[in-house]
Design a protein. Structure first.
Length: 446
């Protein structure tokens, strides 16, 4: 009888919790410790075993074979409980249909109209700033992203209290990660954290139900995703309100934290790198007349701003943990893998690999001279890959680039003295910055 090869195990598993505690305390450091043990490393979260894929070629294989490596596994299961069966969470069997229904909303021809909303929302945010008055950066960026997502995807939602929805959304998304690492029975204990999570989830569902009802009642026939979903039919059958609500949740969840974290980290790194700041200011001053907001037609001339966005997506990929579940027995790198195994890929790990990105911790936008964040080389995977690749990759990059240019054309941001940024996963919590009005630079260098 031949020996069956098993992937090496990560050291430090605790009884019961396994590596759950390490993933709670310092998830990114834990991830980064894994490649030292192999291209494929076993970890344990509570009773669940998972295989972490550390090699970029193997990651590509997992992401592009979505029939074998289906959406599932510890993270997605928990996300599904909260978000339902929308585009981001549904299994392979439902995915082609759901993607076909939603893809037209992301057609290249739609982006210029969305860009008008992106510009408007970024401009609205910076208009409200006061010279010398500190801002808490992450919530401000979340507000820009939430308003943009809501206006582009769900048209006007006059009755929605965006701030309240955002608060619930934050409690909810934080809760999903915590739950992933804890045994299921703990969900049902009457703990304050569970109550807060349940309330936030109920509030989000109610708000989304109201958005859908309002759309129907007013007969909105816009070019937004929600109008499309409400009017589409397949074989004479309309989507049910529950199906539509699941989609809205998926897009809400996908579109806010990702863009907000990208913008917040960008402002943080720019303030820490005076030479980058200088080049960025020179570019926005040359391209945007007298601090005017950035518009879609100017994007080709905002190349340096775009490179900053790409480099931020490398250093701080918002989707840092992607989980899959095997639908049949398979193998990876010669290791047999049973059906139903959880497989984990981490763009963060690939993006910080010193063989792939020399001096990986250095913030250097010029790495991306002539390349794009949505490219296909497998070394830069902030949007994942294969059939489950982010549906809004171009949308997200466009939004981040326009917002960053709009902000920095008007304001210079420096860290508030004493500010202490703690990366809470890949969100910069506690990032407080002080905007000061800018005098445009006179040089037209880039
Ligand atoms: C910088 C911005 C963004 C980043 C880094 C990002 C990242 C990602 C990643 C990594 C995935 C794949 C997840 C997986 O393979 O498990 C994904 C999927 C997805 N994203 Fe994004 N995203 C961004 C912006 C957005 C925006 C703005 C929206 C909505 C307006 C959005 C909606 C979605 C949806 C619906 C999916 C699921 C796609 C599918 O399974 O077919 N994302 N995103």
């Amino acid at each position: 009888m031949g020996m069956v090869r098993t992937a090496p195990q990560a050291p430090g598993a605790l009884p019961l919790l396994g590596h759950g505690l390490a993933l709670r305390r310092d998830p990114l450091a834990f991830m980064m410790s894994l490649p030292a043990h192999g291209d494929l490393v076993q970890i344990r979260v509570g009773p669940v075993r998972a295989l972490v894929v550390c090699d970029p070629g193997l990651v590509q294989r997992v992401l592009t074979d979505d029939r074998t490596f289906d959406k599932g596994g510890l993270l997605i299961e928990r996300v599904r409980e909260g978000l339902g069966n929308g585009l981001g969470t549904c299994p392979h069997g439902d995915h082609r249909r759901q993607r076909r229904l939603t893809q037209p909303a992301f057609h290249a021809q739609r982006i210029p109209a969305y860009a008008e909303v992106m510009t408007r929302e970024a401009a609205r945010a910076v208009d409200g700033w006061t010279h010398g008055r500190d801002i808490d950066v992450l919530p401000v960026m979340q507000e820009i992203a939430a308003r943009t997502t809501m206006a582009t995807m769900f048209a006007d939602t006059p009755g929605t209290d965006t701030t309240a929805v955002l608060e619930s959304f934050n409690v909810f998304s934080h809760g999903i990660y915590q739950r992933m690492l804890l045994p299921h029975p703990l969900d049902r204990l009457p703990l304050p954290a569970n109550r807060r999570y349940d309330q936030a989830r109920a509030h989000l569902h109610k708000a989304i139900g109201a958005i859908i009802a309002d759309h129907r009642a007013r007969g909105v026939q816009g070019a937004d995703l929600l109008s499309m979903l409400l009017t589409t039919s397949e074989n004479g059958q309309r989507l049910t309100d529950d199906e539509i609500a699941d989609q809205v949740m998926s897009f809400f969840f996908g579109g806010i934290e990702t863009v907000a974290a990208t913008l917040a980290w960008a402002l943080h790194e720019i303030a820490r790198h005076p030479q980058v700041e200088q080049r960025l200011h020179a570019e926005v001053d040359a391209v945007l007349p007298a601090g005017a907001p950035a518009t879609f037609d100017l994007l080709p001339r905002l190349a340096y701003t775009g490179r900053i966005v790409t480099e931020i997506l490398r250093l701080y990929p918002p989707g840092w943990l992607l989980t899959r579940i095997t639908t049949t027995p398979t193998d990876l790198d010669g290791y047999p893998i049973a059906k139903g195994a959880t497989v984990v890929c981490s763009p963060y790990l690939i993006h910080h690999h010193p063989d792939l990105h020399p001096d990986p911790e250095r913030f250097d936008p010029d790495r991306w001279m002539g390349q794009s964040a949505t490219g296909r080389n497998g070394l830069l995977i902030p949007f994942g890959g294969g059939a489950r690749k982010c549906i809004a990759d171009t949308f997200g990059v466009t939004e981040a680039t326009l917002a960053l240019a709009t902000i920095t054309a008007r304001w210079r941001l420096t860290h508030t003295p004493g500010t202490d940024v703690t990366p809470a996963l890949v969100n910069p919590r506690g990032l407080h910055m002080r905007p000061t009005t800018r005098e445009p630079t006179r040089t037209r260098t880039m």
